[in-house]
Ligand binder design. Structure first.
Ligand SMILES: [Fe+2]
Ligand SMILES: [Fe+2]
Length: 255
């Protein structure tokens, strides 16, 4: 393996702190202490926000199953109205999350190939394995939704929320300026939420009598726990190498 490009945290012309310009800093502090307490106008803003929150519509809806008389008919008998909508909403959320997961791993593979990894860091094989796991989970959710007669291409309310939540993490991972360990830090948050999502789905499937689905979700949860543990270990080895000042020497290419 050959040494490749490194990207260390280094000292530079960062002028964002007040100490970069002490006189301006003091003037800013003076201005801040001279500023009067919040005017009544800000209270009005709070009241307005409350009003908007009370009056706002929900974040989209769950489309009703299109083919109730299918293989999922028996499973649906005990699931009507709100419970069915909740289950489809959460299945849609996991489907969207797993689809994003595949894209995140693809972006990580690109970053890894461009910047290299380190001893104890992620390998191409493991990243590809985890990417495939996310893809399998996506297909599991697609099949489950189809089994229930639901449309797997529909964006459910929870899928929408999860997408917005993950958007900042996606930006960190795909930003060409971030290091692999910075990207992995975002991935750890993703994997943590991923495990929690499957855990919740196990509970929902169990409480709605979907035993087969609960078992499938439990298997997926075990896989996600492995992902989370590995990402934690990769980050741990990067932090240790950094602390020893060895990251540059230990960085190796994936080729
Ligand atoms: Fe996942
Ligand atoms: Fe995962």
């Amino acid at each position: 393996m050959e040494a490749t490009q490194t990207r260390e945290i280094r000292m530079g012309h960062n002028r964002t702190g007040m100490k970069a310009s002490p006189l301006d800093g003091m003037a800013l502090e003076r201005k801040s202490s001279d500023t009067p307490p919040p005017a009544p106008g800000s209270l009005r803003a709070t009241e307005m926000r409350k009003e908007y929150t009370r009056e706002a519509d929900t974040l989209g809806s769950v489309p009703p199953p299109v083919s109730i008389k299918g293989v999922g008919e028996a499973a649906l008998q005990a699931l009507q109205g709100h419970r069915l909508a909740s289950l489809i909403d959460k299945l849609g959320e996991r489907l969207a999350f797993e689809r994003s997961g595949v894209r995140l791993y693809e972006a990580l593979l690109v970053k890894c190939e461009a910047l290299g990894t380190w001893q104890g860091g992620p390998t191409r094989e493991l990243l590809e394995e985890q990417c495939n796991d996310e893809l399998q989970h996506f297909h599991l959710m697609k099949q489950t939704l189809e089994h229930l007669g639901a449309d797997p291409t529909a964006m459910t309310p929870s899928a929408d929320v999860a997408g917005v939540e993950a958007s900042g993490l996606l930006k960190v991972i795909t930003d060409p300026c971030t290091t692999l360990s910075q990207a992995l830090h975002s991935l750890l948050i993703i994997e943590d939420a991923d495990s929690d999502g499957w855990d919740m789905l196990v509970e929902i499937a169990t409480s709605t009598g979907q035993k087969e689905l609960a078992d499938q979700c439990r298997t997926a949860l075990a896989t996600e726990e492995t992902h989370k543990q590995r990402v934690r270990e990769w980050l741990g080895s990067a932090a240790l190498a950094d602390a020893r000042g060895e990251s540059e020497q230990q960085r190796v290419s994936m080729h």
